[in-house]
Write a protein that binds this ligand. Sequence first.
Ligand code: ADP
Ligand code: MG
Length: 479
Amino acid sequence: MSARLEPCVSIDFDSSALDEVVTKTKDWALMHGVCMRSRQNFSPDSINFAPFVLVPSTFPKKEFEKAIELQTLVNEMIYRIANNYEFLKTTLAITNTVDPFTAQLFKIYTTVQEEGVSQEECCGGLFRCDYMLDRDAVRQVEINTIASSFAGICTRVTRLHRFVMQELGHGDKLQQLPENNALEALCGGMLKAWEIYNQPQAVILFIVEDITYNICDQRFHEFEIRKQNPNVRVVRRSLTQLGRGGAVLDAERKLIIDGQEVAVVYFRCGYAPDQYPSADGCEWDARLMIERSKAIKCPSISYHLAGTKKVQQVLAEPGFLERIFDNAEKVAKLRDVFTGLYSLDLNEEGDRAAEMAIENPEKYVLKPQREGGGNNVYGKEVAEVLKQLKDNPERASYILMDIIQPPLLRNWMIRPSTQPMLVDTLSELGIFGVIIGNSKEILHNSMGGHMLRTKIHTANEGGVAAGLGALDSPFLVDL
Ligand code: ADP
Ligand code: MG
């Protein structure tokens, strides 16, 4: 049996009271951009409100603060890995032999390394480190180092929940909803990178999908950049457009789009194989061109690779963090949030992990080297897949992880075109981080706000963009 948390306020409404608060809150969401484009009825001219839970989810204050405090250290860890070519090469060596997508990314990384990157050249990281509560302590699920989403919308969700709490007569509890400046922090990071590039006419390039469903989140970033610095222009392009002649690299390695120099490249796409669809590889050509350019990449390909599941697993191996940090306190703090992670390489250690999971599949999650949700294997299927992969080198393209079992919490889930559902939920906390540095030094390192995603407890994954989760915000309590 999973543990339970109590809702932050009573959620027993009669049907007319529920209808009133839900209708009003949906309108609040629509009017403040807590919205997405519909996959079912797509139109570039309309948006739906994004799924949300009616009241903020109870979350232990101590654990929230722990995750917030840890973020600059998480940023530094990724920075150190991303700047360690030998580490990435060794760690991803086997993965690269069995996973063509990671191998292709790695090839670009090697190409630019061998061509020589100047030590002064900066990279930017806009990360989101995701956690779930295991009993009562936060455990790291993964670190997103590319296209970390929802900083824009989640700052509005904090305000949406303040509004709901007031509507429900609980205005006295607002101090338990922590401030959230995720959007300001991430856009501030991009503008800092823009200033470092130091070319007043240069633009910020967003790399986007052909169709963007999470458009409000992306536009919030664009509009926030304008707000913080009215002189900076944002340009949106897909990798396909860039690869089909939409960008050139000049003799000084400046990235030029329609005659405009690019100072900063912000990736909201490019983390999944289907985002490189063309048979002639033009999207890969574009990725290489960007990587070769002197524009500041958020992220560079090295940060992207540092966020792979394989790297996460190797970092959790005994002694590895100690090689990265010569500070026992830092190592202990990071290790404290790790959960069991196991290599599935074709060797004795990998065989032991596979056998352990075949015996007790419900205790583990099987993860391929993919991002973006919907790729992991759960439950009985863990055993089936591992049996199929016995003696198959492809097994090494997966990692195994202990399943985290967060406490359940009852809440109303509100989705477009669906009646409100009273359900048992569980949540995943994301903490954003911003880091800018070159290979010699870190120039900026900060925590960048938070987000909470909540899913029905029976769903394995709760991606909001993928359609399984709902937006939420933490209501902090002393437990
Ligand atoms: P992705 O890169 O696809 O987002 P994640 O590692 O974040 O990969 O996994 C996707 C989702 O699967 C998470 O958001 C979470 O809901 C669930 N999940 C991942 N790892 C675990 C775990 N160890 N225990 C429980 N659920 C997990
Ligand atoms: Mg994830």
